[in-house]
Design a binder for this molecule. Structure first.
Ligand SMILES: [Zn+2]
Ligand SMILES: [Zn+2]
Length: 182
């Protein structure tokens, strides 16, 4: 019977009974891999840092926080390393109570309200944190906002100099080819 108390909780787990009425501040960091975020062309260069306030009022917990991390990858124009800091908001209302069928149905589709059974002790935020970060991920990375890219013919980096190929304007359709040449 001791197991429940001795078990080490993941940092992403909210222990509902341990919050005081009113505002509770929470701060923790978790590895991106632990949230299932790693993989693909983008790599996480910092842990996912979370700062949040859990406001408890009887059976209601309002969770509001900021999620930050950094990612790196290839600049989509010149293929040099590019990095970007991400910041996301996480905000939802958690209700620990007996919910009527109507309520369950009404909130099923609603992302910012969660209803859990009265006996629930722990709520894991992993999935919400994962989703919050993924939503902030840029589709493309740029080494700098005005990166001039590479010459599709000779591969000259236009940020550094010019070349004698015709036209310095990059047709976006060539970007993929420039990528292949690498
Ligand atoms: Zn670039
Ligand atoms: Zn060229």
């Amino acid at each position: 019977m001791l197991s429940a108390h001795l078990r080490i909780r993941a940092v992403t787990v909210l222990a509902l009974d341990e919050f005081d009425e009113g505002q509770n501040r929470l701060e923790f960091e978790v590895a991106a891999e632990q949230l299932g975020l790693a993989g693909g062309d983008i790599c996480y260069t910092a842990p996912v840092m979370v700062q949040m306030t859990v406001s408890k009022a009887l059976y209601m917990y309002t969770v509001d926080g900021r999620v930050r991390t950094s990612v790196a990858g290839e600049c989509c124009r010149c293929l040099l390393p590019a990095a970007v800091d991400l910041e996301a908001r996480i905000r939802f209302l958690l209700q620990r109570k007996e919910a009527s069928g109507i309520e369950v149905e009404a909130f099923e589709e609603q992302d910012d309200v969660d209803i859990v059974d009265p006996g629930t002790k722990e709520v894991d935020l992993s999935e919400r944190l994962h989703d919050a970060v993924v939503l902030e991920l840029p589709l493309r990375l740029y080494c700098k906002s005005d990166c001039k890219g590479l010459c599709p013919q000779c591969g000259q980096d236009f940020n550094v100099g010019t070349c004698s190929c015709a036209g310095d304007v990059i047709d976006p359709r060539w970007e993929a080819l420039a990528h292949l040449k690498k």
